[in-house]
Design a protein around this ligand. Structure first.
Ligand code: ADP
Length: 493
């Protein structure tokens, strides 16, 4: 009996394997955190082999734990941390360097030089992206410029590039499939999402050979099969984590938006089937391509969200579990006016300032840890507000509601703060694991257990809707104060 969809959700700090039943309810989850490497200031690396071994072992563990065999799995879906770059030797299967993670800023100076040469406009026009170390292109270039094996391998023989989706797929299929999906490809800064092909112009700028690149396909596709767990299981769905969450939140129509609050925060708005460039420093990226239908979205990325909560927990020792912040928020002094700009690893959209650093405003003799916790949580609401403003200007449409998900939205005071500050409806679904859910839908579509995206709408269930409890003029006064603080930080660094 084929009863379950198996999803690999490979995140920035942990890998998860999730079993979904045919009604798209979670049946079981296993997860494992893995090592983060910080070899230099601003550098972040992962051991790609550690990630693969963890994923393989998690699949074995969840099957064994539930007494399942590979024949019980309908299909596999993969969703992953995006942009993170792996280059490996196809003969040995060994990466030639650690995976360079999306958060890594080592190519900052190189990006500034390209900016000085006036390349930002051209890059945005072709890829929809901002010229920033965040994306894969400059990470690939760094490996080819600095890793001896790559430097001496002028013909690029035996070398393959992949983001984590491609790396996992290649290993699952024992080297048979070197593919990526269109959402992951659209985050590399060498892909043209309009023409749906690797861009020769971009490859020339970054000196990257086409030979090493995977083939790009739709999100719901026969990506190949794995024989590592017994009888072959098809890999039927694949999408980058934020696009997968957009699918998991059923944002299939133009104008619908979702915001995920995990390690970072990512607000995506479906803008329909036409590629449009942002004038407000948002990214234009592919939301999904399913059954030949491609949709684009604007994306606003905030690099530090839940990781600021982790910083309060691990570096300042304010509490021992993130969940305590919900109660502590209520104990903050209502008369204190503390603002925190949590630019711990620079500022993302719409400032794109990789040199910015975290800054507190308004600390007094009276300021308590609770005030600092509240200021940190509220800072995510203010940043979300600024992204909404940019999206409304770019799309010329009013955003009336946002569907939210990710670990932070378990915090009721956070989602209330979001609705108070943004003054729009905040909707939390029953399943906040929307990232893995999206990949389950994609695998479900490929295997035929669901026919189209309309059917997915029926599975989406709401948990809570929040509306603002403060008057608009109060929200605006607070937003204006916030804007002056973040602009001061942006100017200072
Ligand atoms: P990711 O998928 O990026 O690893 P998750 O969606 O699992 O992240 O969310 C984890 C993040 O959410 C952590 O940074 C954690 O600090 C934060 N978090 C979890 N629970 C809460 C809570 N109740 N209040 C505030 N933050 C929380």
């Amino acid at each position: 009996m084929k009863d379950y969809l198996l999803v690999i959700d490979q995140g920035t700090t942990s890998s998860r394997v999730v079993l979904y039943n045919k009604k798209f309810r979670i049946f079981d989850i296993v997860h494992k955190e893995f090592n983060q490497h910080f070899p230099n200031e601003g550098w972040v690396e992962h051991d790609a082999l550690e990630i693969w071994n963890d994923v393989k072992n998690l699949i074995k563990r969840i099957l064994k734990k539930n007494k399942l065999l590979s024949k019980n799995i309908i299909s596999i879906g993969i969703t992953n941390q995006r942009e993170t770059t792996v280059i490996w030797n196809k003969k040995t299967g060994v990466p030639i360097y650690n995976a360079i993670v999306w958060q890594d800023r080592r190519t900052g100076i190189y990006c500034s030089n390209l900016r000085k040469k006036g390349l930002q406009k051209k890059i945005q026009k072709i890829t929809g992206l901002e010229l920033d170390p965040y994306f894969s292109a400059t990470k690939i270039k760094w490996i080819f410029d600095n890793v001896t094996i790559a430097k001496n391998n002028l013909k690029n023989d035996n070398l393959l590039f992949g983001t984590i989706d491609t790396w996992l797929l290649w290993n699952l299929t024992e080297g048979n499939s070197h593919l990526t999906d269109i959402t992951n490809a659209s985050r590399t800064m060498i892909f043209d999402p309009k023409k749906e092909e690797w861009s020769n112009e971009m490859l020339k700028i970054f000196g990257i050979s086409k030979k090493i690149l995977p083939k790009v396909v739709e999100n719901s596709f026969d990506f190949g099969s794995t024989k590592l767990f017994g009888k072959p299981i098809t890999i039927g769905g694949m999408a980058g984590d934020q696009q997968s969450a957009t699918i998991g939140q059923a944002c299939f129509n133009k104008g619908q938006s979702k915001s995920t609050y995990g390690t970072g925060c990512f607000l995506l708005m479906n803008i329909g089937n036409k590629f449009k460039m942002s004038k407000n420093r948002l990214l234009t990226t592919v939301a999904f391509k399913i059954n030949g239908k491609k949709m684009f979205c604007y994306e606003g990325s905030i690099f530090v969200a839940g990781s600021a909560i982790q910083w309060l927990r691990d570096n300042l020792n304010f509490f021992s579990s993130s969940s305590e912040t919900d109660k502590l928020y209520e104990k903050a002094n209502k008369n204190e006016s503390v603002y925190f700009v949590p630019a711990l690893t620079g500022l993302g959209a719409p400032y794109w300032n990789s040199n910015a650093r975290g800054t507190f405003f308004g600390i007094t003799r009276n300021t308590s840890k609770e005030d600092i916790i509240k200021a940190t949580i509220d800072s995510l609401s203010y940043q979300t507000y600024e992204l909404i403003e940019c999206m409304e200007k770019d799309s010329k449409t009013k955003i009336n509601e946002i569907k939210v998900d990710g670990g932070m939205v378990k915090n009721n005071n956070f989602i209330l703060s979001l609705s108070n500050i943004t003054q729009i409806k905040i909707i939390r679904p029953k399943n906040i694991e929307t990232t893995s859910l999206g990949a389950a839908y994609l695998a479900g579509l490929q295997s035929g257990i669901i026919k189209n995206t309309k059917e997915i709408n029926k599975f989406w269930e709401k948990d809570k809707i929040l509306k603002s409890k403060i008057p608009k003029n109060k929200a605006i006064a607070n937003i204006n104060k916030w804007k002056s603080t973040i602009r001061a930080v942006n100017k200072f660094y």
